[in-house]
Design a protein around this ligand. Structure first.
Ligand SMILES: [Zn+2]
Length: 176
C-alpha cells in the first residue's frame, strides 16, 4: 500500500521558521475584509511576502515538524478509537476471536478500551497503536492502522482526524 507525497506545511504539527535566524516569529502579509455581521476585519487571503519579527528581515519560511505534538495527537486519536469515540474509525474483530462468542468479544473490547499501562517496552513508537494481552487464558493482539479516506492507501497524515480512517483490529495471537 503506497502513500501520496505530501507537503510538510499541510501536516499536523507543522510550523514555519525564519530562514535567516531560525525564529518562529514569522509573519505574513495578508488582506482582511470587513465582516458586517461580526463587526470585525476577517482574513480574506494571504500573500507571498513574509517578514521575521525577531530579526526584522524579509524571509522565506522554512517548515519544521513538531514530532512530539504529532505523537500526542496520534495517541489521543488512537485512544478515542479504542474507546469507541473515534470519527472515521472502524473496529474489526477477526473470525477467530468472533468464534469465542459474543460475551467474550464484548469483554475483550472493554478491556482494550480501558488499557492505559503504556511504556517504553510495550509502546516503543509512543503512538498507543499496538498491544498484546491475556484474556481468560487466551493470548490476544490489537493493532491500529492508518488509511486514507478511500481506504486504498496509507494515510497522508495519521495525526489528522479528517485525512485518516483508523482501523482497530482485535485478534487472537494465533491469527497474527
Ligand atoms: Zn529572522
Amino acid at each position: 500500500m503506497g502513500q501520496k507525497n505530501i507537503n510538510i506545511a499541510d501536516l499536523v504539527g507543522a510550523y514555519p521558521i525564519c530562514a535567516g535566524c531560525g525564529s518562529r516569529d514569522v509573519v505574513r502579509d495578508a488582506w482582511a475584509e470587513w465582516n458586517f455581521a461580526t463587526v470585525e476585519w476577517v482574513l480574506k487571503t494571504t500573500l507571498d511576502h513574509f517578514v521575521c519579527d525577531t530579526c526584522g528581515e524579509e524571509t522565506t519560511p522554512v517548515w519544521k515538524l513538531d514530532k512530539e505534538f504529532r505523537k500526542k495527537r496520534i495517541r489521543r486519536l488512537n485512544g478515542a478509537l479504542r474507546r469507541g469515540e473515534g470519527e472515521n474509525a472502524t473496529v474489526v474483530i477477526t473470525s477467530g476471536l468472533q468464534a469465542r462468542g459474543e460475551e467474550f468479544v464484548e469483554a475483550v473490547c472493554i478491556a482494550v478500551s480501558c488499557l492505559d499501562d503504556f511504556s517504553e517496552d510495550n509502546d516503543p513508537h509512543k503512538e498507543h497503536d499496538f498491544g498484546a494481552m491475556d484474556w481468560q487464558g487466551e493470548k490476544l493482539f490489537w493493532k491500529i492502522d492508518y488509511y486514507d479516506q478511500s481506504m486504498t492507501m496509507l494515510s497522508p497524515d495519521p495525526a489528522s482526524p479528517t485525512a485518516t480512517r483508523r482501523v482497530l483490529t482485535i485478534m487472537l495471537a494465533s491469527e497474527y
